[in-house]
Design a protein around this ligand. Sequence first.
Ligand code: AMP
Length: 584
Amino acid sequence: MEGEEDIIGWFEQVSSEAALAQSRTLRKILQQNYGVEYLKKWVGDVNIHEIPDDFTLHSIFTSSIPLSSHAHFEPFLQRIADGDSSPLLTQQPITTLSLSSGTTEGRQKYVPFTPHSAQTTLLIFRLAAAYRSRDGGKILEFIYSSKQTKTKGGITTGTATTHYYASEEFKIKQLKTKSFTCSPQEVITGCDYKQSTYCHLLLGLLYSEEVEFVTSTFAYTIVQAFNQLEESWEEMIHDLSHATLSSRIDIPEIRKAVLKVMSPKPELGWKIRRVCEELMKEGWLGLIPKLWPNCKYVYSIMTGSMQPYLKKLRHYGGGLPLVSGDYGSTESWIGVNVDPYLPPENVTFAVIPTFSYFEFIPLFKQHATTSSADTAIHDFLEGQPIALSEVKIGQQYELVLTTFTGLYRCRLGDVVEVAGFHNKTPKLNFICRRKLVLTVNIDKNTEKDVQLAVERGSQLMSQLSGAELVDFTSYAELSNQPGHYVIFWELKGDVNDKVLGMCCSEMDAAFVDYGYVVSRKANSIGPLELRIVERGSFNKILEHYIGNGAALSQFKTPRCTTNHFLLNILNLSTLKSFFSTAYA
Ligand code: AMP
């Protein structure tokens, strides 16, 4: 597979025979890892090489190996981290462990990383690029590595993106491709996201005429980067004009690599200064096309918890197409955006049936019919897991993965909806992370429900004031009776208290979950509380995660949380609070 047509042709082929591709994938995974301790525990000495037909293989697999969650693999992963190289999860010893972002559960998890992980990353990037028909220009890429460290057992750990950027696969790609990121490797792997962002921007400006698109893994990072541009553009222009580098960049490797590619560009500096002065007057509207006149689109994950940043991205994008990035996790890549021209609100992901073996647990939203505390424990009713070829359009599922890296029937915790098919492979709509649920008693609101309510409140705020919602999260306050929802807002600009009170009531009324509505009417859930936090509070949350080893490339603000560190940061920076009034 070399060219774009080949890779699209390959995907057309595997997606046309998705069921067969899945059977082959399951067989390959089991053949590769036959006899490992985890599998032996469940299937004993059954020799899968002797099971000729796929149907029998599938039924032995699903009847002998239980559905699991990450917790089942933790003891094995800990043994690997401690240096046990016996075949625990895979026949090939695992020498690298990824750390998931930890933004769902507040705790980073070990996930195996193998050459297969890097190869599939490269493949999905190429496939997605082929669907977007790349032109071969430069890419302004806001990408970051965190530190790679060693466990006491000698295993390399770091985020999945860090391993990818350190992999041979990535280095070869960078060498081979004529069009590559504006920044040298030292900027990507610098391990200080503020210094790296400054340099990504500076070099992006240096190549301003050549940039074909602007990208990051998650949309949050682009917003974060352009915030920095708004603050530091004069310093950047000085550096650009004189081929100097701000003293804030103090990592010698980054300084050396950046200064190496710079030469004085006074004319370019002058031109960019004029554009920035104009942009400042217009609130940085259309920043991207004005500073990067040949930029064709912005490409990043804009779905799920990234959707709230769309407004700001559209502001910076000034009409440029926003192309939503693909769907994956530290455990495995899942689906590719084959319709890049669709707006992010409508994007779906076509499952790549050769990457992992996928199962789907049908989920049915429960309607609260009783006030029993039991009902609050289960957010959804579940059906039996089914194969990829059996999913139905319009149905929601939790994804279950069996990977080449040694996870077997592991629940991912993401809720997806089947929106249609690309040939015979399902196209998924990302709905939410299942664990992120706001609940006081019989109510259940997912992070998506919270997002929708906040959108209603912030729309009202935009109509009545010029302020902007920078970020938000929520939690269920249960320490007093009745419990109630708390939503934290960080704002840019001034809003009077009366308007904020109205926004608070608007959000309360926007939760349509039956359990919530009934409980609010009966006052078994109290009025919704809106807490306004200081500017920079959400940045402190980011710093907290990064301080714990997460990378900016992976960061996702959780839209509902019970994490004490996070709540502590927000509570300490709360400026004022409002309660909703008059629940209808
Ligand atoms: P991590 O926990 O760091 O492995 O991040 C993976 C998680 O990010 C996934 O399980 C999803 O919840 C979320 N995610 C990844 N890609 C997308 C996407 N395209 N749209 C929405 N959410 C995504």
